[in-house]
Design a protein around this ligand. Structure first.
Ligand SMILES: [Zn+2]
Length: 129
């Protein structure tokens, strides 16, 4: 509630907007008074998703500045950042490449067999003769 008071709210056509700076300007009403949105609302999430898609999965500040042309989200930076961190597409493209860990070799491959030991002198002699 206290954060809304700082925005000098004004009701225009039944919608709560940010008042103050542009009261006397000749801009259209929707540009003059940004619509105030709560931080934890489904509508807010839909607005963030819409602008996020429209801006091509840009960063938090870019999306937030695009949103602020028409809307003012309470705790906007944290809300947008939290929402964007859940984007599956970005998480997938920014993820680290997995590394393969080699499994230990089976016991048969690392222990010498009796057959090989019996043939070892023959193999060595073949190389020198
Ligand atoms: Zn994304």
């Amino acid at each position: 509630m206290k954060s809304i008071q700082k925005l000098n709210p004004i009701v225009v056509k039944g919608i709560l907007g940010v008042g103050g700076h542009f009261d006397r300007s000749h801009m259209p009403l929707e540009s003059r008074y940004s619509v105030i949105l709560p931080s934890d609302s489904h509508i807010t999430n839909l607005v963030i998703d819409l602008y996020y898609e429209r801006e091509g999965h840009s960063g938090t500040l870019h999306v937030l500045s695009a949103i602020r042309e028409k809307f003012w989200i309470i705790k906007g930076h944290a809300t947008v950042r939290r929402r964007l961190s859940k984007c599956f597409t970005c998480r997938r493209w920014n993820s680290k490449v997995g590394e393969q860990v080699m499994a230990p070799l089976p016991k048969v491959r690392v222990t010498p067999s009796g057959m090989l030991l019996w043939k070892l002198p023959v193999i060595i002699l073949d190389q020198y003769w």
